[in-house]
Write a protein that binds this ligand. Structure first.
Ligand code: PMP
Length: 358
């Protein structure tokens, strides 16, 4: 099998075990004579897949009972709209920390519904750090962060103290990468196409008291309507939910818990960061204390050399290492399905490249 080592930022590499299981079950799921794709979302077989996926997620993430888990569509980007539509209240204002592209987009969408108060930003230094110095306003309805910025490779190691305001967090590129305390959040949302399988599914975890009964909201964009219908107000993304179920099964079998998986991810990322910290050619672009375990941007400082590296890596079966255009250089996305061996292979090649090009 000619599988590459895939450092894509998303959709991204998945475990071979998950893909194999899905292919085995493709034509005939569980002796039903049908593919999951062909089943009614209301059939007993699919409802079982749906419920078991949801309970596995609740168990793995230890989601408290006062939270609703929604399986929606429209990507994380639709949450940039749904959050303000459902959460803005008497203040018609929300506070944001701007850590780059993904928070900017959320701010842009929110402004269509109210006032965005940007309490801090790391734009002054190409979003290479997480701002830590800011005041939390009292006259806002919620506080918003992008917990792991996929493009810049920054990650909150400690959540902001929101002084009681609901914390809304975009976990698209870090969900399931480590154990978290869900009770600290008002809303968590994430597109599935990184650590949760395939594109087409967006997971939203929302504290029940934040779900308001506002019948003026478009039904599809109302957390209340989606929660009341257990995410089946319309046809949910059935195959993507099934794949998430397989991914959750794989995590449970392979790692046992998010604590263990988080430890693995820490050790895995450290292999790359340790090398970057002593390299004379490559340099990490993010402040050490804010480094992401999932997305690792690095540069040589020479655009031509960067391009040469990306090209030669590709020839060796390591693909999608080109950095985002706003940072340049390289980015290695090393989500849950990337093994330590994958990162070791990358580092071995970086060493070789460094020897040949310095
Ligand atoms: N937030 C973050 C942190 C992302 O990385 C992305 C895209 N990968 C998005 C939001 C947008 O997600 P989607 O494409 O699912 O709308």
């Amino acid at each position: 099998m000619n599988r590459v080592i895939n450092f894509s930022a998303g959709p991204s590499q998945m475990s071979d075990k998950v893909l194999k299981k899905a292919s085995e079950q493709m034509l005939n799921y569980n002796q039903t004579g049908q593919s999951i794709m062909e089943m009614s979302h209301r059939s007993a077989e699919f409802v079982e897949v749906f419920n078991s996926c949801k309970s596995k997620l609740i168990k793995l993430m230890n989601i408290p009972e006062n939270y609703e888990v929604l399986f929606l569509q429209g990507g994380a980007s639709t949450q940039f709209t749904m959050v303000p539509m459902n959460l803005l209240g008497k203040h018609k204002k929300a506070a944001f920390i701007n850590t780059g592209a993904w928070s900017k987009k959320a701010i842009g969408e929110m402004k269509k519904f109210g006032e965005a108060v940007v309490v801090a930003s790391s734009e002054d230094d190409t979003f290479s750090y997480i701002p830590k110095d800011y005041e939390v306003p009292e006259d806002v309805d919620y506080f918003y962060i992008c917990e792991n910025n996929t493009i810049y490779g920054t990650k909150y190691k400690e959540l902001p103290d929101t002084k009681g305001l609901p914390l809304v967090a975009d976990l698209s590129s870090c969900i399931l990468s480590e154990a978290i305390d869900v009770s600290k959040y008002g809303i968590i949302f994430a597109g599935a196409q990184k650590n949760m399988g395939m594109a087409g599914l967006t997971v939203v975890i929302v504290r029940k008291d934040l779900i308001k009964d506002d019948t003026t909201l478009p039904s599809m964009l109302s957390y209340k309507v989606q929660a009341d219908n257990d995410s089946m107000f319309n046809t949910p993304p059935t195959y993507a939910i099934y794949i998430l179920g397989l991914v959750l099964e794989w995590i449970a079998e392979e790692f046992g818990s998010l604590e263990n998986l988080g430890k693995y991810n820490q050790e895995k990322a450290q292999i790359l960061y340790d090398y970057l910290d002593q390299s004379k050619l490559f340099k990490g672009t993010v402040a050490k204390e804010d480094r992401s375990l999932m997305n690792v941007p690095f540069v040589t400082g020479d655009a031509e050399l960067d391009a040469k590296f990306v090209k030669e890596a590709k020839a060796k079966g390591m693909v999608n290492l080109k950095g985002h255009r706003s940072v340049g250089g390289m980015r290695a996305s090393i989500y849950n399905a990337m093994s330590k061996e994958g990162v070791e292979t990358l580092v071995a090649f970086m060493k070789e490249f460094e020897e040949e090009n310095t």
